[in-house]
Structure formats: C-alpha cells, structure tokens
Design a protein around this ligand. Structure first.
Ligand SMILES: Cc1cc2nc3c(=O)[nH]c(=O)nc-3n(C[C@H](O)[C@H](O)[C@H](O)COP(=O)(O)O)c2cc1C
Ligand code: SF4
Length: 678
C-alpha cells in the first residue's frame, strides 16, 4: 500500500472514497435536451477510469423551471433524467469511483429570456451584473415550491443511483438568501442570520426527509464573500459551524469570494498568471474551526500542491477539476509513478470562458476532452510503421509529432527557429501567460520519450523533405501577422507580434487597431503601456477583444485600466499617412458617415495571421493526395484515402494556422484528429 497522502482512502460516512482527489462540480455544457446522454457519460466515465475518487457530475443542475440554465446545464426537474443518470452512475461505479451531482436554483443568476420565460426570483430586486436580469422579489409560495423542487430533484438523483447530492449555494439562490447584500426580505427568511439561513436549512431538511441517511449530502457555499456588506469571514465561520451542527450534511465544500461579476468569479476560480491555491489556507481554517469533512478546489493544478493540501490537513478531499479536463488520468499516473507524464493544466480557462459564451467546454490543449466518443485520450499503435515528416514545431506540429510517435511511427520534425513553440513562445513572453509554455514543454518531453527526431534552426525546403523519403508530410508552419488591411499606408504600421517579440520598440502615443480581438492585441497594449506609452485600442466591433472572453479579460483590465489605455469600439482604421514625424490615422465606421483624423507616433495592427504555405504548395504536385483532406473521413475518424496523383510518393497534409488563422485549440485538434488515423 502506498504511503502517498493523496492515495489514502477516505471514509465519508458509509461511502469509502478510494483516494483523496475529486473532480468538483463543473458543467461542461455537454447535455442534450438537458439530459446526460452518451457524450456526457463518456466524458464522466473517462475521469472515473483515470482513477479519481469521486466525480461531482454536472454543475448546477437545475431543480426548477424558473432556474433556467444559462449554459446548457442538466435539467434535474425532468423525470426522464433518471434512466440517463442511472446509466452514468452504473458506468462510473463499475470503474470504482463514486459519483454525486450538484443541484441548484440559480435565483437571480440567470435570465428571464431563457427556458420557459418565467420571471427570475431572488430575495431582493438587486440584479446580478453578470446575468443582468432584474429579479422579482421571491414570495412565500415561490419558497415553498422551490424547497419541494429541491427535494424532488434529490429523490430523482437517488433513484438514478447517485451516491449523493451537493447544493450549489455560492452565488446562487441559497447564498442569495444568506448574504445581507442580496436578501431584503422581511419575515421568516430575511434579517437575522437565523432567518437568512432558514431557506438553506429548509431545503436540506426537505431533501433529507426524502433521501434518508444513507445518501451523502453536502453544501458548496461561500464562507467569505470578500465584499463590503456581504457575508464576512466571521459570519462565514458561523455559517460553517451551523451547517455542521444541523446534522443534515456530511461535508462542507468551501468557497471564498463572490461570483456576481467576471472579476469576482475569476478570483474564485483563478486563471493563469494568478496565484496557485489562493484559498487553500482559508479552507484549512474552516476545517480547523469545524473539525468536519472539508472539500475544496481553486487552482490546485499540480500533484505537489494537491499532496500538500492533504498532507497538511487543510482539506480532506482536494479538487483538481480543470486539471482533470486537461488530463483525466492523473491518479493512474500517480499510482504508476509517472507524474511527469501528466498533461499540465495551464490555467488558460478556455474551458470556462467558452461555456459562458454559450459553447461546450474544451481544453485548450487536450482536444479529446469532451470528445471522448470520437477522440482518444490514449493513442493506439498503428498496424504499419510509417515515416512521418513534420514541418513546424508550434502547437500543431508538436501535437502531430506526439500523436504520430504514440502511433509508433518514425517521426522527424524540422523547425526554422532555435526553439519549439511558435506563437506560444511569443504568448509566453507576457509574465501573466508564462504558464502557456507548458503546452510546448509537455509535448517536447513526450516526444523525447517517443524518440521523435528534431532539427531546429532548419529551414526545410521541398528537397530536404523529399530526401527523407516520407510516407506522410505534415505542414504545420503557422502563419505571419497579417497587417495589410488598410487602403493606404500599410507600410507605415507594425504588428502586435512586432511589439510582443521586442522586435519593434514601443511608441509613446500609440493606436492599436485590433479587429482580430484576440490576446495579441491586448498583450501588445500591455507591453506598450508598461513601457510608458499612451495607448488607444480601437475596434470596429461592438466590444473589444471578443476572442479573449470574460474571465481571461479580467487580469488584462486590472492591468490596463491602471495604465494609460483607452478603449474605443465601433470605429475602423481605414488608412494611415505620414506627416512629419507623426502618423495620421484616417478613422471611419462600419455604420457610415464618419471621417476623422487622429495623430499617433506608432500604429499597431492586430488582424490575425496569413498562412506560411509556400512549402505546402511546392510539395503539393509531388504528393499522392495533392494535399486533399476528405472531410467525411476526417469527421468519421477514418484514415485518409484521397488519391489524386498516381506518381505521388507521400501523403501531404496541412494543419493549424498554416491553413488559416485560428487558435491553439483548433491547431491541436487539427493535429490529433488527422494523425490518430495515420
Ligand atoms: C467548465 C467549468 C464549469 C464549472 N461549473 C461549475 C458549477 O456549475 N458549479 C460549481 O460549483 N463549480 C463549477 N465550476 C468550478 C469548479 O468546480 C472548480 O471550483 C474550479 O474549476 C476551480 O477548481 P480547479 O482549479 O481545480 O479547476 C466549473 C468549472 C469549470 C472548469
Ligand atoms: S482550457 Fe486551460 S484551464 Fe481549462 S482545463 Fe485546459 S489547460 Fe486547464
């Protein structure tokens, strides 16, 4: 038996958890019709296979119709959910993991124009900044109805074979009752702490009465809202003690902070560049004060920190949630003493930002997550060993090299630069985005183990490639900044990359015209403003940096708003002219009728990349498929069989930005889905 603190079993009432690592509640937005169908099940089961002790499935499954999901959550109020839940719980139990589900009523944290268009309810009329609905003040019959809805939903989950349910209190209706900031009720549910906690206890009592004692019940709640006038740490401690003393629950799941704004949410769930495990000590204080089973998750991305969380006795169960989206097999790798093989979560938060933007959660550098029905987490060996030559060692090229290596092929990579990484190396120039380099480092170490040959500082020509006698050639050469977007003066501007790489010195009065809306524009702005320049970011869009998304924007805003940076939306840079030492920007608008002139000493354009595709087109005539990708085969996960040239000696493919400007996830997905069948 291992003496690793993480691998010790934990007895939670009648439930034996096989180790100390859990996946906390998170809604990846994979439900179909509000039900956990095949895709949902496959995602959940993969984590159980990987060895986690318990997976808290769903996040915020809705118990009532006036709690309509804002990002495709499970609908726990539907009776037809039970058989789907049962299939999932049985499959997870077969893998030896426990499974619970998180239930909620969102209160004001939703919108009235979702679901059945019912009024949003909350214990006050104050709206939540993030979701914008002005709530109806909740009435006595709403309260009775919702308490019953919670009990009904819990009963459904028990019938579906769940080991327990967790109530999502923080930021949702239960904590909206508890917090003085959001509870303006008179009578039994408003005013004193006793009254503000009454709703929570009524819900817990109603659930317990339905599910009995042999069912785990927990609450995920904020024990310190970190907001003036909100639930304070002192009150949070008192709430924690009362939850324990109620005898109704089996564990506490501790949150610190508030989630009513993007900034608040990002402090609760920190992203890259923010401190690791920022609330672990706080969770430890709650555990020490209550001496009650305590769970906690918040940016504990690596095994060493998780081990410390358990060994130091700060928590009983440690959540590694995004870490399991990046690598579902963490526990298995710990047991096999292969921790260095764990694919690291880099805190990019592409997963969470996507669900808030209405999409499904995908991991920036594991394209199999959420696609378990079609994409493998473990790559199968090929029947025949081939020679695969890859040009470019950015994220797409390295993923192709890794997957080809796992397939057992002989793999050779040519890279023009001294180092691998491509655009990610540039991204990681920003202190706050340094963690991104692990996307490259992990792939390099995997490739090394797989015997991939690298030629750096090597500009591959068509001859070089053909001299390798390849069976397959993959062009992953990426792109170069595309700045030729003006009717006049394209030669007078620089690119965001010129600034980030340090190739061009920042100006003092700078316009950044950013219609790509991705990280590069904001990174360049930060470089210039930190060097003392005045910066205006201009976009023709209705909002700036839409590709950066909500939580990723928070650290930028915290930095840029303190510096000399302004944000201008709905204007388009049309042309640039030189006038003495100055640059004159001709500014118009897609709405028409605007022609302004402004002067700057530097103008930066961020407009994506243009593919570096010369080598591809040089090689194309010599290839057997003439570069063709059969989409039906690609989508169905079958080998590519396009045959357009009888004289062709090798298959030729192009992936990532060498095809068209996209993002890191798209580049890695291109590589995985093509190469897994080569
Ligand atoms: C895609 C996604 C959805 C989430 N949804 C929920 C949710 O519905 N309820 C909840 O309590 N936490 C939710 N979380 C937060 C996680 O449970 C966890 O607290 C957070 O990711 C921090 O832990 P980590 O750093 O280990 O990922 C979500 C997280 C992710 C990544
Ligand atoms: S997208 Fe980023 S934060 Fe989310 S799981 Fe992947 S690496 Fe982690």
């Amino acid at each position: 038996m291992s003496n690793d603190p993480l691998l010790q079993p934990y007895q939670l009432k009648h439930l034996t958890l096989r180790n100390r690592i859990i996946v906390t509640a998170h809604e990846p937005a994979y439900p179909e019709d509000g039900l956990p169908k095949e895709r949902y099940r496959a995602y959940t089961v993969e984590r159980a296979k990987g060895g986690v002790a318990m997976t808290m499935t769903a996040g915020s499954a809705a118990v009532s119709k006036d709690s309509p999901p804002v990002f495709n959550n499970l609908l726990a109020y539907k009776d037809e959910i039970v058989p789907w839940i049962r299939e999932m719980t049985e499959a997870v139990h077969e893998e030896g993991a426990a499974i619970m589900i998180q239930l909620t009523h969102l209160g004001r944290r939703t919108r009235w124009d979702k679901g059945e268009w019912l009024p949003v309810v909350a214990p006050s009329h104050h709206r939540e900044a993030s979701h914008r609905a002005f709530p109806k003040k909740i009435e006595d019959w709403d309260i009775e109805r919702i308490i019953k809805d919670f009990a009904d939903a819990a009963e459904r989950m028990k019938a579906g074979g769940m080991d327990g349910v967790e109530l999502e209190a923080y930021g949702h209706l239960i904590d909206q009752f508890a917090s003085p900031l959001t509870n303006e009720l008179d009578g039994p549910y408003g005013g004193s702490l006793d009254n503000r906690m009454r709703f929570c206890f009524d819900v817990l009592k109603a659930i317990r009465a339905r599910v009995g004692d042999d069912f785990i019940l927990g609450v995920r709640y904020t024990a310190d809202e970190c907001l003036p006038g909100g639930t304070s740490k002192e009150e949070g401690l008192e709430i924690s003690k009362r939850l324990k003393q109620s005898g109704l629950i089996d564990y506490l799941n501790v949150i610190r902070g508030h989630i009513d704004t993007d900034a608040g949410l990002t402090d609760v769930i920190p992203i890259q560049g923010m401190a690791n495990s920022p609330h672990l000590d706080f969770a430890g204080e709650i555990r020490a004060a209550t001496n009650f089973p305590t769970f906690h998750a918040a940016k504990i991305p690596d095994v060493a920190t998780a081990r410390h969380a358990i060994a130091s006795g700060k928590v009983d169960m440690v959540g590694m949630t995004r870490a399991h989206m990046t690598d579902p097999h963490i526990v298995r790798k710990i047991i096999e003493k292969r921790e260095e093989d764990i694919r690291p979560c880099v805190g990019a938060n592409y997963c969470l930002d996507r669900i808030y933007q209405g999409g499904a959660a995908y991991c920036i550098h594991n394209a199999a997550t959420g696609r378990e029905l079609t994409m493998p987490h473990s790559i199968a060996k090929a029947d025949r060993r081939k020679k695969v030559v890859i040009i470019g060692a950015g994220p797409a090229g390295l993923e192709a090299a890794r997957v080809a290596g796992e397939r057992g092929h002989e793999v050779v990579v040519f890279e023009a630069a001294n180092d691998p990484g491509g655009q990610i190396r540039l991204t990681a120039q920003s202190e706050r985005r340094r963690e991104m380099i692990s996307i490259i480092d992990w792939r390099m170490s995997q490739c090394e183990k797989l015997g991939v040959t690298f030629h750096f500082n090597s500009w591959a020509e068509a001859d070089t490639v053909q001299a390798e006698n390849p069976d397959v050639v993959i062009i992953a050469t990426g792109g170069l900044p595309h700045t030729e977007v003006l009717s006049k003066g394209n030669e007078l501007v620089v690119s965001a990359w010129d600034i980030i790489s340090g190739d061009v010195k920042p100006g003092t009065n700078v316009l950044i015209f950013d219609d790509a809306g991705d990280h590069a524009g904001l990174q360049a702005a930060e470089f210039i403003a930190k060097a003392g320049g005045k910066v205006e970011i201009m976009t023709p869009d209705r909002s700036f940096a839409p590709e950066v998304m909500a939580m990723n924007l928070v650290p930028y805003m915290r930095s840029l708003q303190k510096l000399d940076v302004t944000f201008t939306v709905t204007y388009r840079l049309e042309a640039v002219e030189k006038s003495g030492n100055e640059l004159v920007a001709h500014v118009g608008s897609d709405y028409g009728g605007i022609a302004k002139q402004r002067t700057f000493d530097q103008i930066v354009i961020n407009h994506g990349t243009i593919p570096l595709d010369d080598l591809y087109f040089e090689l194309k005539p010599a290839s057997s498929n003439l570069g063709e990708v059969l989409h039906d085969q690609l989508i169905a996960g079958r080998p590519q069989t396009a045959w357009r040239n009888a004289d062709g000696k090798f298959q030729l493919f192009r992936i990532g930005d060498a095809v068209a400007a996209r993002n890191t996830h798209a580049a890695i997905y291109d590589a995985l889905r093509l190469v897994k069948d080569i």
